[in-house]
Design a protein around this ligand. Structure first.
Ligand code: ADP
Ligand code: MG
Length: 498
């Protein structure tokens, strides 16, 4: 239509020979209009012009790609006259009404159920004012955003089903835009509780310095890759994660997507390996030098006792006692150290753990009462395990000793046993003391690590060695409310005993 008008205009100007200027001007206008026409015909968006009755008075050829209609079929018609169902066009009418009434641009998204699934469109209505200032026609630009929508949907599916913890944060206002189910689970909250919150307030970062370092890294390199960070899981347990982050655009907004991988288990395994390694070295050392020290000590002690009995040393008797006491203390330390020896002989026998604990309970109670503390027991039915009874006694005594030392006066230590009904039997020693200091926790079981004035720092090292030799595993849970040491054994029968 437009181009036939232009042709008419062209032939008209060629007749008006005397008005050269006008001719040139009109020619230029024709050229520009043709260029504009070409642009509109070839743009990827559908361009339609509607009159007040919503008749199509112009549409570019994109219509034929976007729908199964021909341009010639739709010109001069409304959707209804084209045979479209009301549920398709009725929802769109209010947008047009607004455009005609206000004369202002209107943007909206629409969808249409085509043969091959739902199509999504982004629309802009541009009202065109007539000479009297009222809107006579509306230009509609329609962009097919189906692919973009589908890829966003695919992204969301992958995002929510992903076992990695993921969170998307708007760069502009630091708000959490979305979080994966696994992310929410790890923090022990529901997704709705964190979406819309400022990211600094959801308790993800436990160390402000790490957060700042992360952001600095982001600024410098534009992204983050496997950055180590610490966070608190729902159980208030400290966790370590590797965080990677990149910028994505969601709903037109630039966002940071953080992907966290929990490496707490790997870290623990690493620490465990390192500790075993240290214990091996110490164990070998203990075996080779322990006896070399103890034998001379025993003879020195013997001679001291002999000398003490002599009359001329009677006035110095107190000093002799002191010397002997000191030697005994040294000997006790060495004895404990010797149990670290790797080649120590042990006898593994089927044993009921409750019975073992009952045999040493009087000893432990006496120890506790002397310091005004209390020991309670909670026995469950547990089956036999294959252990060296003496070693297990030693291990329990060391753990209980530490627990007694950790609690304040009137504090309670609970020794309990339990069984999962299958193959795992456990002894736990629980105290309500102040917890293990982080610096010690990292080196737990390393010989000579102690926070006590008279401590040897050998008790736990011995426990870990004993656990190793008896195919058991020591697990530790500690917080400011107390500590639980558990020794986990494999059941060898399926009948329990109290
Ligand atoms: P020691 O008791 O001679 O210090 P251990 O190897 O038994 O040596 O324990 C090492 C350290 O571990 C202790 O000094 C203490 O700091 C810490 N520890 C062990 N058990 C507990 C506990 N139940 N509560 C708090 N801290 C503990
Ligand atoms: Mg100890």
């Amino acid at each position: 239509m437009l181009s036939s008008n232009l042709s008419k205009l062209e032939s008209w100007t060629s007749n008006v020979n005397d008005l050269d200027n006008l001719k040139g001007f009109v020619k230029e206008m024709i050229q520009q209009t043709r260029l504009y026409q070409k642009l509109v015909d070839n743009m990827p968006d559908m361009v339609t012009r509607f009159d007040k009755e919503l008749r199509h008075i112009y549409v570019n050829p994109v219509l034929e790609k976007m729908t199964d209609r021909k341009v010639s079929e739709v010109l001069g018609k409304t959707w209804k006259e084209m045979g479209y169902p009301p549920e398709m066009y009725e929802p769109l009418i209010p947008y047009f009404q607004t455009a005609f009434e206000t004369g202002e641009k209107v943007e909206y998204e629409s969808e249409y159920e085509a043969n091959h699934g739902i199509k999504y469109y982004y629309n802009i209505l541009v009202p065109e004012l007539g000479e009297d200032g009222t809107v006579e026609t509306v230009l509609a630009l329609t962009r097919d955003i189906t692919e973009q929508r589908q890829s966003e949907e695919r992204f969301y599916k992958a995002f929510h089903a992903n076992p990695s913890m993921m969170v998307i944060v708007s760069i502009e206002d630091e708000m959490v835009v979305d979080a994966s189910e696994s992310f929410a689970q790890a923090l022990g909250v529901s997704r709705n509780e964190i979406i819309g919150q400022v990211v600094t307030e959801i308790g993800l970062w436990t160390k402000e310095a790490e957060r700042e370092a992360c952001i600095a890294e982001f600024r410098n390199r534009g992204r983050l890759q496997s950055y180590e960070m610490h966070y608190l899981a729902k159980s208030d347990e400290p966790h370590t994660a590797l965080v990677s982050s990149d910028i994505i655009v969601l709903g037109g907004k630039p966002c940071r997507m953080y992907v966290l991988t929990d490496i707490t288990q790997n870290k623990m395994l690493e620490a465990e390996m390192a500790r075993l390694d240290r214990l091996n070295v110490v164990g070998e050392m203990a075996a080779s030098i322990g006896h070399e020290i103890r034998n001379p000590l025993t003879s020195v002690r013997g001679f001291l006792q002999l000398l003490q009995m002599k009359k001329e040393y009677a006035p110095d008797s107190e000093q002799f006692n002191l010397m002997i006491e000191e030697l005994d203390r040294a000997n006790a330390i060495i004895s404990e150290f010797l149990t670290l020896a790797r080649n120590k002989r042990i006898q593994l026998k089927p044993t009921f753990l409750n019975a073992v604990i009952r045999r040493i309970i009087p000893l432990l109670m006496a120890d506790a009462i002397r310091e005004g503390k209390e020991i309670k027991t909670q026995f469950k039915n547990v089956p036999k395990v294959l252990v060296d009874e003496d070693e297990i006694k030693q291990c329990i005594m060391n753990l209980v000793r530490n627990a007694i030392e950790a609690v304040s006066v009137k504090g309670v230590v609970i020794i309990s046993t339990d069984w999962d009904g299958q193959n795992s039997v456990r002894i736990s020693v629980k105290d309500d003391g102040p917890g293990i200091p982080p610096a010690v926790y990292q080196k737990l079981g390393t010989p000579f690590v102690t926070t006590k004035d008279n401590g040897t720092g050998l008790g736990l090292a011995v426990c870990y060695q004993i656990a190793e030799r008896n195919n058991a595993k020591i697990e530790v849970k500690t917080s400011s409310k107390g500590t639980v040491f558990s020794i986990r054994f494999k059941a060898i029968t399926s009948d329990g005993q109290m």
